[in-house]
Write a protein that binds this ligand. Structure first.
Ligand code: SF4
Length: 464
């Protein structure tokens, strides 16, 4: 057998039969050493078929639920294909990215045992697969005090036991520049506005502009829309914002005042103006409005919200109410639509699957601390010792993502070894990774335990 392994990623295993004269084994340069068991499997497979074989590890259940794919880590192919192999390999790579109908006939080896899972998905995952997005927290302040907000509500803020929300914090321009450069080079999307009103940051527009100039593929903000006036809207659109969620939670000014304590007419006129402006400027920016199912808000009002906004934009987002209770964000109710599918995956995973967030997201706080999911953010006001996985003042995103702390978290999630990880242990958010799709009229509805997203069929999908 001819072996092409420029990075020397093949393990040194002696008791394998490498004598397969008519085949070529090629190990692409992804910096991920092959696990000995994977090689044994490949060599066993090649004895049965002398056709093209590709190796691409999967993590049971998590990969089915949308874990970003590994690149192909090994190819075996007949020597007689050498003259067209370059072309075939490129077709493979495109096929792998587009997940289209396979154009080449081949055998895919992808099943992994627990040793391989730990090797590929804990020890080397960060080397092979970049984050899907970076959640950037640009500050810790908001201009509203919505009743359900664990960060700023008039009821919950006084119960905070940490000082995270006490003094004003804003991400420095130096940190923003570093993020724009790194995410631009690595082509990683950025989401802004998870715990804060991002428009309050004085350099938000410059940050978005810089991100886009540096090559960040998508920049998303979530805002309450109160400050989204003509000047701000135009500046955001011209800076290159690619998507926006506006949290409204009401279809009447009465409910809006009760939930958000602010001027309903102002937010509606701001959003309508944003839609018009986006059309006039002909800028491609996906607009979505959202509605939290707060207590005492009727189903009729939710329906009114849905009908109104779906007549204006392509997509809306309905969320079940989550409240901070017993040291955790607890959902008041969970959507039941996907229950059977959820049970199926829970059974398949033997209880719970490795939560996808630490495999897809990095969260950067204004002071450079690194978290790994929205659930960790929910605790910012209540818990001082949330494990942070790095310090962006001293490290790069890449070194954090591939670093020991992220790897150890991924390992514990794969092994379901969560005794010392009380946040993960007491969390329900991982269940929201099962998405059930249905259609109604011209809309696709994507339902999880927490959310329902309505999207006009054939319109573009937001990152989150
Ligand atoms: S299980 Fe919960 S706390 Fe742990 S990473 Fe997933 S979402 Fe975060």
């Amino acid at each position: 057998m001819i072996i092409k392994d420029p990075q020397r990623l093949l393990p040194n295993i002696k008791n394998c039969d490498w004598e397969i004269p008519e085949m070529i084994l090629e190990i692409p340069t992804h910096n991920v050493p092959l696990h000995p068991k994977s090689i044994e499997k490949l060599l066993r497979t090649v004895k049965m078929t002398k056709k093209i074989i590709a190796f691409q590890p999967i993590l049971p259940v998590a990969s089915e639920l949308g874990l970003p794919s590994y690149p192909i880590l090994a190819y075996l192919y007949p020597q007689e294909l050498s003259h067209i192999w370059e072309h075939l390999r490129q077709t493979f790579v495109i096929q792998n990215q587009e997940k289209g109908f396979p154009k080449i006939s081949y055998t895919l080896v992808s099943q992994t045992d627990i040793d391989e899972q730990l090797h590929y998905f804990a020890n080397y995952y960060g080397v092979a697969v970049k984050p899907s997005y970076v959640r950037v927290i640009v500050g810790n302040t908001c201009n509203l005090k919505c009743v359900m907000c664990p960060y700023h509500s008039a009821e919950l803020k006084p119960t905070h036991s940490t000082d995270f929300f006490k003094a004003k914090k804003a991400m420095s321009w130096e940190m923003m520049q570093k993020l724009a450069k790194e995410c631009g080079e690595a082509k990683i999307s950025i989401l802004i506005g998870s715990i804060e009103e991002p428009i309050l940051h004085p350099q938000l527009v410059e940050f978005i502009q810089l991100c886009r100039q540096q090559g960040v593929p998508r920049v998303h903000i979530t805002t309450n829309g109160q400050l989204l006036d003509q000047t701000c809207s135009q500046a955001l659109l011209e800076a290159g914002l690619t998507s926006i969620d506006i949290s409204i939670d009401a279809a009447t000014s009465d409910t809006y005042r009760k939930v958000r304590g602010a001027d309903f007419n102002r937010v509606i006129s701001n959003v309508l103006n944003f839609i018009n402006l986006q059309e006039q400027l002909n800028i491609d920016c996906e607009i979505r409005t959202s509605f939290v199912r707060n207590k005492d808000v009727t189903i009729e009002e939710e329906q009114q919200f849905r009908e109104y906004w779906l007549s204006k934009i392509n997509s809306i987002f309905i969320l079940n109410l989550a409240e901070y209770k017993e040291n955790n964000m607890r959902l008041e109710t969970m959507n039941q639509t996907g229950n059977i599918t959820l049970q199926y995956y829970r059974q398949k995973a033997g209880g719970r699957w490795p939560c996808l967030f630490p495999f897809t997201e990095i969260t950067v706080l204004p002071d450079g601390k690194i978290y790994y999911c929205i659930e960790t953010l929910f605790r910012l006001g209540f818990e001082n010792n949330i494990e942070n996985l790095g310090n962006y003042n001293e490290q790069t995103l890449e070194s954090i993502w591939c670093g020991d702390l992220f790897n150890k978290l991924r390992q514990d999630l794969i092994l379901n070894q969560l005794e010392n990880r009380h946040i993960c242990k007491n969390c329900d958010t991982w269940m929201s990774q099962v998405i059930t799709t249905s259609t109604a009229q011209e809309y696709a509805i994507f339902t999880t335990t927490i959310t329902e997203i309505y999207r006009k069929i054939n319109s573009k999908k937001l990152d989150e």
